[in-house]
Design a protein around this ligand. Structure first.
Ligand SMILES: Nc1ncnc2c1ncn2[C@@H]1O[C@H](COP(=O)(O)OP(=O)(O)O)[C@@H](O)[C@H]1O
Ligand SMILES: [Mg+2]
Length: 310
């Protein structure tokens, strides 16, 4: 079963991700700063989780950048909220509860024949026939301080895809087609060439499994993708600790479901090779991209023009 719908694949001699039966997903640590950043992000969050379990006190920490070793969960930081004149900040696990629930659980780094792999929760494990779409969020994938050549490459890619125009890009998808008892998978090329005018249709195609599910079943309702994305957006409105460039939301559902309830839709957040401390700023780039995505999904879910489309 192929679970990886986008990203670095087993091709051209490069290593891709692996899954095992225990429900773990192994992602090769990328070379250089990217791998270090993603590893550090997961280590930071994991340390905070452990600190919360070990102590019920409000020990706090900030996400620091620049060290090759993961930060310790110790340092406190000023916050805008004040109680009785004293500076007050909720513990990391409380103020970032939404983040913690949406990212994969992290189990550490393992070595596979000399290659370091991040050991993560397999977020698609609960599905019998996982339909998955990977959507990279944000109007830009580059960030201040990156190498000039990297910025130019990102700008060119963002302009050539829907990233810069729409605020998000479909990076990959697999859809279970119940009538054919098999998957349709979008190629990397198909995703790269998807024009802005066709994105609504692509999102509708993703939510139609030919077994009765329609976009409204996957995207709308109290447990649909839009409601889950709105919960993430609410966290983004208040969080000022992280900036996420080139990260993706994964929308998943049970491919052979016949009703919205059976679809068991889940939204998860992945890919932190370009995640940075935000220095007390909101992540406007991600917020705006997420808002654009949510609007497009709402339009697709409500529009009769996509009904029955395959
Ligand atoms: N924890 C996970 N569980 C299951 N599948 C995952 C997980 N993380 C990523 N994937 C799959 O792998 C793909 C690539 O993951 P990603 O972290 O974006 O890697 P890359 O850095 O190569 O882009 C995603 O589109 C998704 O299909
Ligand atoms: Mg990715």
């Amino acid at each position: 079963m192929c679970l990886q719908v986008a990203g670095h694949l087993f091709e051209d001699g490069k290593a891709g991700s692996l899954v095992d039966d225990s429900g773990h997903f192994y992602k090769p640590l990328q070379a250089g700063a990217r791998g270090q950043r993603e590893w550090k992000f997961y280590e930071t969050v994991q340390l905070e989780k452990q600190a919360a379990v070990a102590s019920s006190s409000t020990v706090d920490s900030s996400y620091e950048n620049g060290n090759s070793s993961p930060p310790a969960a110790t340092q406190s930081r000023q916050d805008s909220s004040t109680r009785q004149g004293a500076s007050f900040q909720e513990p990391f696990c409380v103020r970032n509860a939404t983040l913690l629930s949406i990212i994969p659980t992290y189990y550490g780094v393992i070595d596979l024949r000399g290659r370091p792999l991040l050991e993560l929760e397999d977020v698609a494990q609960q599905y019998h026939r996982p339909s998955i779409i990977d959507i990279k969020v944000g109007y830009q994938t580059w960030y201040q301080g990156a190498e000039e050549g990297y910025i130019q490459r990102c700008q060119a890619k963002d302009a050539a895809t829907t990233q810069a125009a729409l605020g998000f890009k479909v990076c990959g998808m697999q859809v279970y087609r119940a009538s054919q008892m098999g998957y349709w998978r979008a190629s990397k090329r198909w995703c790269k060439q998807l024009p802005a005018e066709a994105v609504g249709k692509a999102l509708a195609i993703f939510a139609n499994n030919e077994a009765g599910l329609q976009p409204g079943d996957v995207y709308s309702g109290p447990s649909g993708a839009i409601a889950q994305l709105q919960q993430l957006a609410a966290w983004f409105q208040v969080q000022q600790e992280f900036c996420f460039y080139s990260s993706s939301v994964l929308i998943m559902y049970e491919g052979d479901a016949e009703t919205a309830e059976e679809a068991n839709v889940s939204v998860r957040f992945v890919d932190f090779a370009h995640t940075f401390p935000s220095g007390g700023q909101r992540d406007g780039n991600f917020i705006q991209g997420l808002s654009a995505l949510t609007s497009m999904l709402s339009a697709v879910a409500c529009s009769g023009q996509y009904r029955g489309l395959v």
